[in-house]
Design a protein around this ligand. Structure first.
Ligand code: ZN
Length: 75
């Protein structure tokens, strides 16, 4: 038997600030503000249910600080 079946594991997401990978449940999710909103600050998605492009941030305080200056790029 080929040993190609991987063990099921928790989905991981990459912190957009430090680019380290973490289990999805350990990350904080933010989303882009809705269209028409000129504010470029990300919106904290506490329940991880908001629609739109999600950004995941790890629990590192440094990442939280840098997130405050993180701007969504828009055309
Ligand atoms: Zn991070």
């Amino acid at each position: 038997m080929a040993d190609t079946i991987r063990k099921a594991h928790a989905p991981t997401r990459m912190c957009v600030i430090c680019r380290s990978k973490h289990a999805k449940g350990e990350l904080l999710r933010y989303v882009c503000p809705s269209a028409g909103n000129n504010d470029t600050a990300l919106v904290f998605d506490e329940k991880q249910v908001l629609p739109g492009r999600g950004y995941y941030i790890c629990s590192n305080p440094e990442c939280a600080q840098r997130l405050a200056r993180f701007k969504v790029r828009r055309k």
